[in-house]
Design a protein around this ligand. Structure first.
Ligand code: GLC
Length: 439
């Protein structure tokens, strides 16, 4: 029904599961003021390390607790930063000393995490930063934490990006060899000159600086089913990407490729703005906003990857837990309107103040009612097509009827509409959903 661009990796589970957890965790949890802090404040490497690397000690870290919180929220997969732009590695890489095992944490943090989430039947995803502000051979560009260093040109003379490429590929080999099945890989990110509003004379990085074509080959060779994001700068290469990743905004409609074909997509979103733990941010989204986001995403055929930035002690903070719990309470009763669902068939119009999701297997259509109407909701184009309707939260019947002549005369409904008779009082759930069994 919806034609979707096929993926090279396995996206069957992905478009069924719809809701995942992003985890941004690393040394930047200690400054607690954005994961780009090293770059934003141009903190010299020795200062960054003497303050944070020597003190990274997540003594309360228990990945079972994280996995439980995610699973109870209704999430079905997770993606963790194995390394972020500051170059710090959460696993015991043999290719660097800049890793968790050499901090007071003294252990590999990735293995136990993958196990804890797998134990709850969740899929495993790795985020891996292409950017690295720590590696001595990573050529200093316009985004680098040392971009304004007075000796930048001089320093770059001895930097061999090729050496960095070998390091990058070597680490990916470790991650995709030592941790069992990895279901997805989120490479982050490419910024060649001239791309996405960047000046043509800016100094960025793209496919040549990562040897992206070899990297994606290696990725798929080590994990044949793996689903890979779209940030390797390989849009024009067959198999160069599997899914699009609109970040921190809502696409107006289901994203398409240049040919206009719908693509597999996932929006990644934060609770409060930054990805790493941020103590002082006061722009937290409410449970209601987050649920609308999830519903809207699925109504456009996409996935939501919602981020938590754990603290330096190794916990999800209370504001994150509150939201996960709130979403979980809704998901427990309404998961059926999310999992296995996609955009409604295009010929079915979306009623005012609603989002529609559709399960093509069960032929059930879900009307998510974002603003509770007074008694009636008319669904255009569905006359004669609905067998039964109920509120999803309590399986209570919703009467279906034809529009009255008066309604038709006054523009209250369309001739081909079926009208839902709703209770005056909104059901006591965050966002009520009517489940329609279509013929
Ligand atoms: C960005 C940022 C980053 C974050 C990521 C998540 O590209 O650089 O901090 O990890 O997006 O998608």
């Amino acid at each position: 029904m919806h034609q979707v661009r096929p993926t090279t990796g396995d996206s069957n589970w992905f478009v069924n599961d719809r809701f995942g957890l992003f985890i941004h965790w690393g040394l930047y949890a200690l400054p607690a003021r954005h994961e780009w802090v090293k770059q934003r404040e141009e903190i010299p490497g020795d200062v960054y390390d003497s303050k944070y690397f020597t003190r990274f000690d997540p003594d309360l870290y228990d990945p079972d607790v994280w996995a439980a919180a995610a699973s109870d929220a209704g999430m079905k997969y997770f993606v963790v930063t194995t390394k972020h732009h500051d170059g710090f590695c959460l696993w015991d890489s043999k290719l660097t000393d800049y890793k968790a095992t050499n901090t007071p944490a003294r252990r590999d943090l990735i293995g136990p995490m993958a196990k804890a989430f797998r134990d709850r039947d969740m899929k495993v995803g790795f985020y891996h930063s292409l950017i690295d502000w720590h590696h001595p051979n990573f050529v200093i560009d316009d985004l680098h934490s040392m971009r304004n260093h007075p000796d930048r040109a001089e320093l770059n003379k001895t930097r061999e990006q090729q050496q960095y490429i070998e390091y990058l590929h070597g680490q990916v080999r470790e991650l995709l060899t030592d941790y069992g099945k990895v279901d997805m890989l989120f490479y982050d990110f490419s910024y060649p000159a001239g791309s996405r509003g960047r000046a043509a004379d800016s100094v960025g990085k793209g496919r040549r600086d990562w040897d992206s074509e070899a990297l994606i080959k290696l990725t798929r060779q080590l994990q044949p089913d793996i689903l890979v994001d779209d940030r390797l700068d390989l849009f024009d290469v067959p198999g160069g990407w599997d899914y699009r990743t609109p970040e921190q905004f809502m696409p107006r409609a289901w994203p398409t490729d240049e040919a206009g074909t719908k693509v597999v997509w996932e929006t990644c979103q934060t609770f409060s703005g930054s990805w790493g733990y941020h103590r002082d941010e006061s722009s937290w989204k409410s449970v209601d906003q987050l649920l609308r986001m999830l519903i809207e995403v699925v109504s456009k055929g996409g996935n939501l990857l919602l981020n938590v930035g754990p603290t330096g002690r190794g916990e999800f903070d209370d504001r994150a837990l509150d939201r996960l719990r709130g979403m979980g309470a809704w998901m427990r009763r309404h998961g059926r309107a999310i999992y296995g669902c996609t955009a409604a068939p295009p010929e079915i119009p979306t009623p005012q103040n609603c989002c529609l999701t559709w399960n093509p297997q069960t032929r059930r259509l879900y009307v998510h009612i974002l603003a509770w109407p007074f008694k009636q909701l008319s669904l255009d184009g569905l006359a004669g097509r609905v067998e039964y309707a109920q509120l999803l939260n309590d399986a209570s019947e919703v009467f279906l009827r034809e529009p009255t002549p008066h309604q038709l005369e006054m523009g209250g409904a369309d001739a081909g509409a079926v009208v839902l008779d709703l209770p005056v009082e909104q059901p006591r759930v965050e966002i009520p959903v009517v489940e329609l069994f279509l013929k």
